[in-house]
Design a binder for this molecule. Structure first.
Ligand code: ARG
Length: 570
């Protein structure tokens, strides 16, 4: 299916191509503010093929072009062919798309039902869920929704770090320094303390590392005591992680931690050996990758026989391919693991798993103005603090803006706004960049923030409620396309589907966030300048109500794709 904005663009391109009378490749640009046109076709790239100056080409095209039903005019301006839309046909088209698709407005069928596995969150057991994992959780959840909206079948898998040498450390520390009462009160806190303690002690006495290694071997060999304790650690950590997932309203289809692949690594190692992809090197098994431009080899097995993070990731990818048959696997993991994924993907290709699209959806760090996060308190506490603080601040905001709400309503709105603010602060910035937490900015009612967008929705809903919550379905009144704010709102609503498409293609949720911010600004301009309920004629009133309803719908749908909910009042 084709959306109206897309159809208008195609009309412009096809009409121009026909007018040019030659095989030319055309591109579209958005005219700068102040130019009364909806699209511009730059003619500079055509100069060679058409043997004329761009200005001349633009003039010639403007004279020859035959416009389709969604276009009104085409005129030359410098080296550009400026095209304007037929406003009433365009507006009727956009309103028709909105009405027909309802909550699915903006969706597309690019995925064609294909499967995409999304590996996200993936915190490490018995350690802190870091803010890096928070980013992965928020970005991964948004990509999940975006892919679903583009007709992919997303599978969310939380690749928990629940295996590896750190459990030897923990088992040793547990048997040596456990504070039982502390463990019973706050198991994860005590495990963290043991972790830190081991580090300090082992710096003084390196022989402790050997003892930890012994414990790790026992665990790997299936010693029942070691296994039982390890399971207990996993259970406690999962419960703590779950609290955060509940607050964030994030869910996974699978939580298959690294330990799930314990019995699947042998086969991978054998396969790699048989294929000649893995070779022995000083007792270890490695995969050389210099032939594909990666200098550091991937280590499949250490000389002491231990497997590694890499080995498990290989087994994981192969398991996912065999089980889910994905077209793509996305790894939402910080950019500090870039080399790891380059090595992983290259090895998978060498092993013959080359027809899957592997993507490392990387992201930068979060920095907090309160200083570094790796404080003595541990980040797990801090992360919960951050979420609690967001809700507390949002509660104050609601109290101030809308004291007449009931107490339970205030709590609910505070949750929606506080958590929304955290998610949006992350998702509104290009994930590749490092981000700095800024409470004021995050909870601002008038900046690029979730509360501002939620507030925009609330205002739109307020108007609709006053109109009896009934969205008129009559033909769109051409008169309601006349003013600058009206037309800006109509075109903005029309662009949403394209933004969704781009966000999925580039794995960039911020494109949706940035679009919604612009939509909010456009809506506020409209709200400020154009009377809706007091419109001069009934036809105008009814069409403007459709615009308000469209803005509310797109705001709710778009924020929903980012995992941000909207309140009815705030
Ligand atoms: N647990 C890992 C970490 O915290 C992230 C795992 C990401 N996913 C993966 N398949 N490697 O660094």
């Amino acid at each position: 299916m084709i959306y109206t904005y897309e159809a208008a663009k195609r009309e412009a391109l096809e009409a121009t191509r026909r007018a040019a009378g030659a095989e030319v490749s055309l591109s579209l640009a958005i005219p700068p503010a102040g130019v009364a046109a909806d699209l511009a076709i730059p003619c500079f790239p055509l100069a060679a093929a058409l043997r004329a100056a761009p200005q001349e080409i633009a003039t010639r095209l403007a004279g020859a072009v035959k416009l389709g039903p969604l276009l009104e005019s085409a005129h030359a301006s410098g080296g550009y062919l400026n095209v304007t839309f037929a406003r009433s046909a365009f507006a009727a088209g956009v309103m028709g798309d909105l009405r027909r698709l309802g909550d699915r407005y903006g969706s597309n069928d690019a995925g064609g039902g294909r499967t995409v596995v999304i590996d996200f969150s993936a915190p490490n057991v018995a350690r802190q869920m870091s803010v890096g994992h928070l980013r992965s959780t928020i970005i991964g959840a948004a990509l999940y929704e975006l892919h679903k909206f583009a007709d992919y079948r997303p599978i969310g898998d939380n690749h928990l770090g629940d295996w590896g040498t750190q459990f030897g450390t923990l088992l040793y520390a547990y048997h040596t320094w456990l504070d039982r009462a502390g463990y019973e009160r706050d198991p994860v806190g005590e495990l963290l303390r043991l972790y830190v303690k081991f580090d300090a002690e082992a710096r003084r006495d390196p022989s402790l590392r050997d003892q930890a290694r012994q414990w790790h071997l026992r665990l790997e060999r299936g010693d029942p005591d070691a296994r039982r304790l390890w399971q207990e650690f996993v259970r406690h950590s999962l419960a703590a992680f779950q609290q955060i997932y509940d607050l964030l309203e994030v869910r996974f289809d699978y939580t298959l931690g690294e330990s799930f692949y314990e019995d699947k690594m042998g086969e991978v190692i054998d396969t790699a050996l048989r294929a000649g992809v893995a070779v022995e090197d000083q007792g270890a098994l490695i995969v050389r990758l210099d032939d594909v431009g990666i200098k550091t080899p991937l280590i499949l097995r250490r000389s002491d026989g231990a497997t590694l993070y890499h080995t498990r990731d290989l087994a994981t990818a192969i398991y996912r391919i065999r089980t889910f048959h994905p077209a793509k696997i996305l790894y939402v993991v910080g950019s500090d693991q870039r080399l790891h994924f380059q090595q992983l993907f290259a090895t998978l290709r060498k092993l013959g798993f080359g027809d899957v699209d592997y993507v490392h959806v990387d992201f930068g760090l979060i920095q907090l103005p309160e200083g570094r996060m790796s404080t003595r308190r541990g980040r797990v506490v801090f992360l919960e603090d951050v979420l609690d603080e967001a809700i507390t601040r949002a509660r104050r905001l609601v109290e101030e803006k809308n004291p007449e709400l009931s107490e339970p309503e205030k709590d609910e709105v505070a949750g929606i706004v506080g958590i929304g603010a955290i998610k949006y602060a992350d998702l509104s910035q290009n994930r590749v960049k490092n981000i700095v937490f800024d409470w004021e900015r995050m909870l601002a009612l008038d900046g690029d923030s979730a509360p501002y967008l939620q507030y925009t929705y609330v205002r739109a809903r307020g108007i609709l409620r006053k109109a009896g919550d009934h969205i008129p379905e009559d033909p769109f009144d051409p008169g309601a396309t006349a003013t600058i704010p009206e037309w800006a709102l109509i075109t903005s609503l029309g662009k949403f589907p394209e933004v969704v498409q781009e966000a999925v293609q580039a794995y960039h949720p911020h494109l949706v966030a940035n679009y919604l911010f612009r939509l909010a600004q456009v809506f506020h301009g409209f709200y400020h300048d154009v009377p809706v309920l007091q419109a001069d004629t009934e036809a105008l009133r009814r069409s403007r109500l459709q615009l308000v309803a469209g803005a509310a719908a797109v705001m709710r749908i778009g924020l929903g794709l980012l995992g941000v909910r909207v309140p009815e009042r705030m």
